[in-house]
Design a protein around this ligand. Structure first.
Ligand SMILES: Cc1ncc(COP(=O)(O)O)c(C=O)c1O
Length: 373
C-alpha cells in the first residue's frame, strides 16, 4: 500500500482555505526586492539567458555552497530542487526492498515514507518529550547493526527544534561507522538557532559516508526558490546526479542566481539576522500564549526553528484537534501524528508577530472549548 506523505498532504489540502496558516515550516518569506537591493545585481539578473543551468547546479552557486562547509569543493555539491529532491535521491540510491533504515522520531517523515514505500524495514529512535527532546541514543545503538543501510537525522530537528550536542553527533557517527551505515543529515534548519548559545554543527566531514542536505527554504526564508543541495563524497554525488537527471534534469537558472546572491556575504549574514529576530519575536508571542493556556497546552522551548511542538492535555487525537482548530478558528496547525507522535501540534511562530498573535487568539476559544471550559 502506498504510504502518503500525510504532513504535506494535510497542508496542501487545507492551507488555501484557512485565514491563518500556522502549519507552514518556514519563516516570513523574503521578498524579491529585499534580495535585489543592489541595482548591479538586478541588471545582471535582467541579462540572464533563460537556458538550462548546469545540470548539477551553476558552478558559482556550488562554490558559494561549498564555502559554507569545511574542506568541501564545488564538485562535492549537487544542487537540487529543495532538500526534498536531495532526500528522495538519497533514498532512491540507498534504500531498496528489505533494507534496514533508522530515522529520528518525531521527525520530518519524508525519508520514513519513501523508504517504507521502497519496501525497507524502517525503525525509529525516539527523541524524549520528557527530557527536552534529547535523543535516546541507547535506542539507536540497539537498533543499529551490520544490516543498517541508512540512518536519517534531522538537526536541528523538525518538529521539536532540538539541536544535537557535539557528543551526540559524535556518538551517532560512531554507531554508523561501526556498521558501515550511511548517515543522511538533513540540516535545513541549521542557522535557525534562536540564540547564538547553541550552534547546530554539521555532520559533513565527520565520516566518509555522510550526506549533508540543506536548502534555501527554512533558515533563509526563500522556499519559493526551490533550491537545495546535497554534499557527499564524489561517488555518491555521481549517483545522486544520475537520479537528478531522471527526475528534474536541472533546477532553475534564475533560482540558481538568486540563491547565489542570498548565500553571498554580507547578504547571508543579514538574512540570518533578520530571520533570527523574527523567530525570537514570534517565540515571545507563542510562549505568552502557552502560559495563558497552561491548563490545555505545554511547550518546551525550541532551541532552533520557528516551530513549537506543543503538547496538549486533551483526550483527542492530534488530527481531531487539528480539524477542530481549522473548522472553529480558520487556523491550520499540524497534527503531531504526522511526525510520528500523538498528543502534540506543530505551530509556526515565525510568520510575523501580528499574524501569529491573531491566529493564536482565534485558536484559544477552540482549545478551551475542547477542554470543556
Ligand atoms: C526537515 C525537512 N527537510 C526537508 C524539507 C524539504 O524542504 P525543501 O524541499 O523546501 O528544501 C523540509 C520541509 O518542510 C523539512 O522540514
Amino acid at each position: 500500500m502506498f504510504q502518503r506523505f500525510e504532513l504535506e498532504n494535510w497542508q496542501s489540502a487545507y492551507e488555501q482555505t484557512v485565514r491563518f496558516n500556522l502549519a507552514d515550516s518556514t519563516l516570513e518569506p523574503v521578498r524579491l526586492g529585499e534580495l535585489l537591493d543592489d541595482p548591479g545585481d538586478l541588471d545582471e539578473l535582467l541579462g540572464t539567458a533563460l537556458y538550462y543551468p548546469e545540470v548539477n547546479g551553476e558552478r558559482a552557486l556550488r562554490e558559494v555552497i561549498a564555502g559554507l562547509y569545511p574542506d568541501v569543493g564545488a564538485d562535492d555539491v549537487l544542487v537540487t530542487v529543495g532538500a526534498s529532491e536531495a532526500n528522495a535521491a538519497v533514498v532512491d540510491v540507498l534504500c531498496g526492498p528489505g533494507d534496514d533504515v533508522i530515522v529520528m522520531q518525531p521527525g520530518y517523515q519524508q525519508v520514513w515514507g519513501l523508504a517504507t514505500n521502497n519496501g525497507c524495514n524502517v525503525r525509529e529512535f525516539p527523541l524524549d518529550p520528557d527530557d527536552g527532546w534529547r535523543p535516546d541514543l541507547d535506542a539507536l545503538e540497539s537498533l543499529a547493526g551490520t544490516t543498517t543501510k541508512l540512518i536519517y537525522v534531522c538537526n536541528p530537528n523538525n518538529p521539536s527544534g532540538y539541536v544535537l550536542t557535539e557528543e551526540e553527533i559524535a556518538r551517532i557517527v560512531a554507531i554508523a561507522e561501526r556498521y558501515g551505515a550511511w548517515i543522511l543529515a538533513d540540516e535545513v534548519y541549521q542557522g535557525s538557532e534562536r540564540a547564538a548559545r547553541k550552534h547546530a554543527a554539521t555532520f559533513v566531514g565527520r565520516y566518509d559516508k555522510v550526506i549533508g542536505v540543506n536548502s534555501m527554504s527554512k533558515t533563509y526564508g526563500l522556499s519559493g526558490l526551490r533550491i537545495g543541495w546535497a554534499i557527499a563524497r564524489p561517488d555518491m554525488i555521481e549517483q545522486l546526479w544520475r537520479r537528478h537527471e531522471y527526475a528534474v534534469i536541472a533546477t532553475g537558472r534564475i533560482d540558481n542566481a538568486l540563491a547565489r546572491l542570498a548565500l553571498s556575504e554580507p547578504r547571508r549574514g543579514g538574512l540570518l539576522k533578520r530571520n533570527r529576530e523574527a523567530m525570537n519575536r514570534g517565540w515571545d508571542v507563542l510562549r505568552a500564549w502557552a502560559a495563558d493556556n497552561a491548563d490545555v497546552v505545554t511547550v518546551h522551548e525550541p532551541e532552533a526553528t520557528g516551530l513549537a511542538f506543543v503538547r496538549y492535555h486533551l483526550e483527542l487525537s492530534s488530527v481531531e484537534v487539528g480539524h477542530a482548530i481549522r473548522e472553529g478558528a480558520s487556523v491550520l496547525v499540524c497534527p503531531g501524528v504526522f511526525f510520528g507522535i500523538e498528543g502534540h501540534l506543530r505551530i509556526n511562530f515565525g510568520f510575523g508577530v501580528d499574524y501569529v498573535r491573531a491566529a493564536l487568539a482565534a485558536t484559544t476559544p477552540v482549545l478551551q472549548g475542547l477542554a470543556g471550559r
